[in-house]
Design a protein around this ligand. Structure first.
Ligand code: A3P
Length: 348
């Protein structure tokens, strides 16, 4: 399915290098990838045979590493770009819907809103997973209207300078208690695991997670990268927690509007626009829509996921139903030690 585009107008700015130089650049990235891959440390994969460690982070060799190199070598941000960054299973789907609805709220009515018929991942695509599409018309960044909404799992320190140094593009980072992330990730990835591989036990997933060996892990390094960057440049990076969003969605969505340069007017507030957005993007609403129950989502040439897998329970603290006391103690201890002195805490 091609990425949903809010309107036909687009900025006439080229974001990928021109066609003339494109193939040379593609070749260079391919060479860099082929030279780098064999030398990387390997760890056990959750859905692929193994993950590889690249500059401190664990990535799938065929998709994530290749896509990262594409972003590093080819992507040119626009000043108006809005990036949603996250560690997988932290609430990306929810934030995609909330940001899309906030930024486009004057374009669409709530009764026939695109999110009612188009999944959040199509309204707000992943930048890195689609860059390799051979058929550019399926995902033509050049034709995306501004502001482009692009999602990434790439750790902050691996982003190209063009993205981190850019004065005006914005990042929203959604974080979540690692215990809920682990459980959500384990259940999600077991659904995607090829049938010829035995399922990963929770004990094994727990061990790997604690060692940092999981997609885009270690979890703590990922979160801290964006946390520290958000302290340094709060005008550029908004750091959010899933738990805060659950507790006070109206407050957080208003903050989101202010941060992104789309503040809610008093009139909008009095008309209940913020409430409408929260309701539209709620787990209860999105998870029951036909589009999120039946359609598939193509993330890369090899990864197709049923939309329904992105909606499980949407609760805070579901880890209590899965993790043993020993697991909780160990994970909390690691989190405490890793985040010590950073000022960042997650609920116990
Ligand atoms: P659970 O598995 O704990 O239910 P991601 O979008 O980063 O892959 O994260 C998926 C997690 O977010 C899942 O958590 C999913 O149920 C939850 N989620 C998806 N949509 C949501 C929504 N609208 N509100 C709250 N949580 C949501």
């Amino acid at each position: 399915m091609a990425a949903f585009q809010p309107s036909l107008e687009c900025d006439n700015i080229s974001n990928i290098h021109s066609e003339q130089t494109d193939s040379d650049l593609i070749q260079k990235t391919d060479e860099r990838y082929r030279e780098t891959l064999p030398n990387l440390p390997k760890g056990k994969g959750w859905i692929t045979k193994h993950l590889v460690q690249y500059q401190g982070f664990w990535l799938t060799p065929n998709a994530a590493l290749k896509n990262l190199m594409w972003v590093q070598d080819h992507f040119k941000p626009r000043p108006t770009d809005i990036f949603l960054a996250s560690f997988p299973k932290s609430g990306t789907t929810w934030l995609k819907a909330l940001i899309f609805a906030t930024v486009n709220r004057t374009r669409y009515g709530f009764a026939d809103h695109p999110l009612l018929t188009t999944g959040p991942h199509d309204c707000f695509p992943f930048l890195d997973a689609h860059l390799q599409e051979k058929d550019r018309s399926r995902f033509d960044l050049d034709r995306f209207p501004s502001p482009r909404l692009l999602s990434i799992h790439i750790p902050y320190i691996l982003l190209p300078n063009s993205m981190t140094d850019h004065q005006s593009c914005r990042f929203v980072y959604i974080s979540r208690d690692p215990k809920d992330v682990l459980v959500s990730k384990w259940l999600f990835l077991n659904k995607l695991r090829p049938k010829d591989l035995p399922p990963i036990s929770l004990e094994e997933a727990f061990e790997l997670f604690c060692q940092g060996i999981s997609h885009y892990g270690p979890f703590w390094d990922h979160v801290l990268g964006y946390w520290e960057a958000s302290l340094e440049t709060p005008e550029k990076i908004l750091f959010l927690k899933y738990e805060d969003l659950k507790k006070e969605p109206l407050v957080v969505v208003k903050r989101l509007g202010d941060f992104l340069g789309y503040p809610f007017s008093l009139e909008e507030e009095s008309k209940g626009v913020v409430e409408e957005i929260v309701k539209l993007c709620s787990f209860e609403n999105l998870s029951t829509l036909e589009v999120n129950k039946v359609s598939e989502q193509k993330f890369s040439k090899d990864t197709i996921i049923d939309n329904r897998h992105f909606f499980r329970k949407g609760k805070v603290g579901d880890w209590k139903s899965y993790l043993t006391t020993e697991m909780v103690e160990r994970l909390d201890e690691i989190t405490y030690e890793k985040l010590l002195g950073s000022g960042l805490v997650f609920g116990s």
